[in-house]
Design a protein around this ligand. Structure first.
Ligand code: MRU
Length: 344
């Protein structure tokens, strides 16, 4: 039975805080947090309480509005207000490095603020702007989901990696949006969700969301993709993206490039789905995408009852990797698929 998807973030009705679902507690607990200050907002992004490229863009838009309100009261003069808001935006935009949607949304809010005259007049336009970012994301996810689904046949098996569903975006999702749309339309698919080591976004979030939506989802370990492909169970791979460079190289959750290499070997189409806000034309290629490196404790012990590695062992924990454009069949935005070099 399908249940409504959880919204990653929203404004409080008074506009004085941002309510998030704490994604670190899923799937066991659905816990809501109301955030009102810059420090806790940055912490929420770093700790992955709110995560997924488009979702942190939407969240950042709401945060900028919420944080602008006390600044407008403190700095009634335009220049002082704009300077303080820019400083705030700078801190927020630095919370995580890889997803381009975060600095994109902050800059969009700052641009809107600079168009206004007096701080008290700027505030309502900022509220409208963050709501527009959310609304546009909902519409883009729907368009992306339709384009993605048009590439599948009823009964297909599709492999996905990480979480690129409603919790990572707004409503349907990107990499997993077509599956949610398919469930609504009664279009049968078999979805295989990689557990996605080390933070298990696939197991904790994708499997949770797809099961709630009534999708036929099977959870697999990351190292099982090759076996599924060899068995002929996978007709396509769908993933989201954190940043697309100008040459088509794509940064997404660590492990994505390995799946692309396997898909290439087995002649399976590999699709990247994301809103056009994820394309960074200022970034020439994947080598220029900053890759976040996270705490080794996530590998040593985080999801185990006790540590699973020797104490103090050196860990390397990059959060994302880059898939070269040659391995990508098409990048699907709200405007439709753009086919790249890869032959099926
Ligand atoms: O570290 P995360 O959980 O923020 O990583 C998320 C991903 O890599 C997603 O696949 C990507 O952001 C696309 S979300 C629509």
């Amino acid at each position: 039975m399908s249940e409504p998807s959880l919204l990653a973030s929203r404004l409080t009705p008074e506009g004085d805080g941002v309510v998030i679902v704490d994604q670190t507690k899923l799937p066991g607990e659905v816990t809501y947090l109301t955030l009102t200050g810059l420090e806790e907002m940055v912490e929420a992004i770093r700790a992955l309480r709110v995560r997924g490229a488009p979702a942190i863009g939407v969240f950042a838009g709401y945060c900028m509005y919420v944080l602008a309100r006390p600044l407008a009261a403190r700095f009634p003069e335009r220049e002082a207000f704009l300077n303080a808001l820019e400083e705030t935006g700078h801190v927020l935009a630095q919370a995580r490095p890889t997803a381009v949607n975060l600095p994109w949304a902050v800059e969009r809010m700052l641009r809107r603020a600079r168009q206004g005259e007096r701080p008290e007049e700027i505030l309502p336009t900022l509220r409208g702007e963050c709501q527009a970012i959310f609304q546009e994301d909902v519409e883009m996810c729907l368009a992306i989901s339709r384009h993605g689904l048009s590439l599948l046949k009823p009964g297909d098996g599709v492999l996905t990696h990480c979480n690129a569903g409603p919790l990572a975006t707004s409503r349907y999702g990107t990499g997993q949006g077509p599956f949610h749309l398919a469930a609504e339309l009664g279009f049968p698919l078999h979805v295989y969700a990689d557990e996605t080591r080390p933070l298990l976004q696939g197991a904790r979030l994708t499997a949770f969301e797809l099961q709630r939506a009534g999708v036929d989802v099977t959870l697999v370990c990351d190292n099982m993709a090759s076996t599924l492909m060899a068995q002929g169970k996978i007709q396509a791979v769908f993933v989201g993206c954190d940043r697309v460079a100008a040459n088509g190289d794509v940064a997404n959750k660590i492990g994505t490039s390995g799946v692309a290499i396997l898909a290439n070997y087995y002649h399976i189409p590999f699709y990247v789905l994301g809103p056009s806000s994820t394309i960074d034309m200022d970034c020439p290629d994947g080598a220029h995408i900053p890759i976040e490196e996270r705490d080794g404790e996530e590998i040593r012990s985080l999801f185990y009852r006790g540590p699973m590695a020797p104490e103090g062992v050196k860990c390397y924990n990059p959060a994302f990797d880059v898939t070269p454009h040659e391995l990508i069949t098409a990048i699907i935005t709200e405007h439709g698929p753009r086919f790249l070099g890869k032959k099926a």
